[in-house]
Design a protein around this ligand. Sequence first.
Ligand SMILES: Cc1ncc(COP(=O)(O)O)c(C=O)c1O
Length: 387
Amino acid sequence: MRRLPLSRPDLGPQERRRLLAVLASGRLSLGPCLREFEERMARLCGVRHAVAVSSGTAALHLIVRGLGLGPGDEVVTTPFSFVASSNALLYEGIRPVFVDIDPATFNLDVGRVEDAITPRTRAILAVDVFGLPVDWPALTGLAGRHDLLLIDDACEALGASVGGRPVGSWGAAAAFGFYPNKQITTGEGGCITTDDDVLAARCRSMRNHGRDDDAVMAHVRLGYNYRMSELAAALGCAQLERLPDLLARRAALARCYAEALAPLTDDLILPADPPGTVRSWFVYVVRLRDHFAPEARDLLMARLRARGIACAPYFPAIHLQPYYRERFGFRPGTFPACEAASARTLALPFFTRLPDEAPARVAGALEACLSGLPRGRVSVHPNLPAS
Ligand SMILES: Cc1ncc(COP(=O)(O)O)c(C=O)c1O
């Protein structure tokens, strides 16, 4: 039986052509592909500036630092994300203030944000989880009322929009990531999008060791090597040219999954998007219903893997990661909606070249594996030892 991986990049002749052209040119850094990639990203997001960098994490770090956030500041954010979204705050000595999620969307529960605001709060860092935009219109209103900066971790959401306005154009700035499991990949890479001229210039400088002019050895601020190589940018240009097709294929696969899994909805909750939002399909994540014991999810994953179907727990809660528990003293029970989601969700194989028949095969395997799973509740988070 053929193994179904969780994700695979979609690379073809266009990518090969662009990469070979860079090799032939001999220009491997800070060249025309970087400029082209940035121009394409800015156009796609409807903003004045795009600054390409070496990873999504680097993009988040430069935004946070470029906005002048630092020690003593608090930033409201979600505990249900990849750990990099709040690590970027820790890099600058900022305290992440977690707010629980909306269990229906897995995104920050905007209705709870106000209660978390203190005189030290400077910004809200929201994440478009699994490619579904957060409620940006509501967050924009709230941030305006409290004079807070808005940062979008859009690493999973290239091509998504709310009310027709693209992700990447909301808030002060957005961060994108191009790891090979993303909608487009540059191998490793990331990008900042913003309309803020000063922030864009600072980020551009900080990504290249704090130079104001890439060609001059004058370092006017603390900088980093967060450059995106020409090879990565060339890959990114080829992928962006194909973006409409790549996104359409992902959306079609999501529809196939929804159809194939419809008979299992007594046991599984499938993704459902609020009206007015266009998701950019990053992963296909289902959630076990509450009649199962939390340990059922890991058992289900083991059974699926035994049948050659890759799957992953998306996401483990950030506040319960060992480093965060140790540093901040978080304990299970602090953010119940996040913890319930992280105990019950699993990502299924999802990538553009997934064969058409795969969702039906996954659904068949899920149906078989769901039977006899333990039911009922347990009080301890399944991934953690009791404390
Ligand atoms: C929500 C989120 N934030 C940040 C990142 C970090 O991106 P990178 O791995 O490119 O540093 C990722 C991707 O892995 C992500 O999914």
